[in-house]
Design a protein around this ligand. Structure first.
Ligand code: FE2
Length: 344
């Protein structure tokens, strides 16, 4: 039977739906909510040596070199893509190296095994910045690995990543930010992309960039006040790729504030309006600005001033790479054999 609902009930529906779950309720209520950023797919880093990168990412951390693309699709013969779950690290050979200055969290099926694998590549990466060690994060001992040029990775056992269970993948991108700016940076993502955001502890805000995946902005007192613009020294040109549901809304908002970034030299640089962005199915930005006047201990910034910078490659859900199946090694192939047989 088609039962009519009372007008008051429909008023409540209108009221609740106008705000949306990602904006209201306790963190527990919102545990399964994903806002307008649907997926965080890859991070791109420049490194000077593809072979050392292969040893660290594939032999060490357990990434799988992407077999589903050929070099022209990746951007040339000096570009390698490494898969982990639904996520990727894009490695480009250049004379310089890049790193995020924070850490990238990877989830693996067996963290003890990764520890063994990292120990097994130590000799091959002798003389580089590679290291593997336990560090304390919010009182918990965590396994960290540093790539040969200084990029840090935190390795979590599947099931340790909190509110979402993934067997393998890149669950978080953690970045150091100036004191008093973490929430304002998260608010920027909320406003432009309708992202779900949270501030789990004072001085740290997270932006949800897919189911259980987050950008985590951690305030670091050592950076000093944001007015010193130390964030410009932290950023060396790397980028992270996200997929968003409201592509035109985000583009128009960014365009209106002159935030679309085109001086990057990639294939999608020729963007002068929404139609161009749709043609590429993506656009880029790197400046995150204050949406209101901010002030802290002895500092203040005006609405519109840049408070953080890093590369964001923003893709629509119509991008041909969205949710492309990524091949990953599993099971025995992920193990370190006790007696390695070298077959040549
Ligand atoms: Fe990219």
């Amino acid at each position: 039977m088609a039962k009519a609902r009372r007008p008051e009930a429909v008023d409540k529906l209108l009221d609740i739906s106008s705000t949306g779950g990602i904006y209201m309720g306790s963190p527990e209520d919102r545990a399964e909510d994903v806002g307008g950023i649907i997926h965080y797919e890859h991070i791109q880093l420049y490194v000077p040596d593809l072979h050392q990168a292969y040893i660290f990412y594939c032999d060490g951390l357990g990434f799988t070199q992407d077999p589903g693309t050929w070099s022209k699709q990746r951007g040339g013969f000096k570009v390698l893509w490494f898969n982990l779950g639904r996520h990727q690290i894009h490695i480009v050979q250049k004379d310089v190296h890049q790193d995020t200055k924070g850490y990238i969290t990877v989830v693996v099926p067996d963290a003890e095994l990764v520890k063994k694998r990292l120990a097994a590549v130590k000799e091959a990466l002798e003389g580089t910045k590679f290291r593997s060690e336990m560090r304390s994060v919010h009182g918990e001992q965590r396994l960290f690995a540093t790539d040969p040029w200084g990029q840090d990775y935190m390795v979590l056992q599947s099931g340790q990543a909190g509110d979402f269970t993934m067997s393998m993948g890149m669950s978080e991108l953690q970045l150091p930010v100036h004191p008093g700016t973490a929430r304002a940076i998260a608010e920027f993502y909320k406003r432009v992309f309708h992202a779900r955001i949270e501030t789990p502890i004072s001085g740290e805000s997270v932006v949800y960039v897919g189911p259980g995946t987050k950008f985590r902005f951690t305030e670091n007192a050592a950076l000093g006040p944001v007015t010193n613009k130390k964030f410009t020294e932290l950023y060396d040109g790397w980028h992270a790729a996200i997929y968003v549901s409201d592509f035109s809304g985000a583009f128009r908002a960014m365009e209106a504030a002159d935030l679309i970034f085109t001086e990057h030299g990639f294939f999608d640089a020729d963007i002068s309006g929404l139609r161009d962005a749709q043609r590429f199915h993506q656009f880029r930005f790197q400046d995150i600005v204050a949406l209101e006047d901010l002030e802290g201990d002895g500092w203040s910034v005006k609405k519109g001033e840049v408070i953080y910078q890093f590369g964001n490659e923003v893709r629509s859900l119509c991008h041909p790479k969205f949710m492309r199946a990524l091949y990953n090694r599993h099971g025995d192939n992920f193990d370190v054999p006790e007696d390695i047989q070298t077959i040549v």
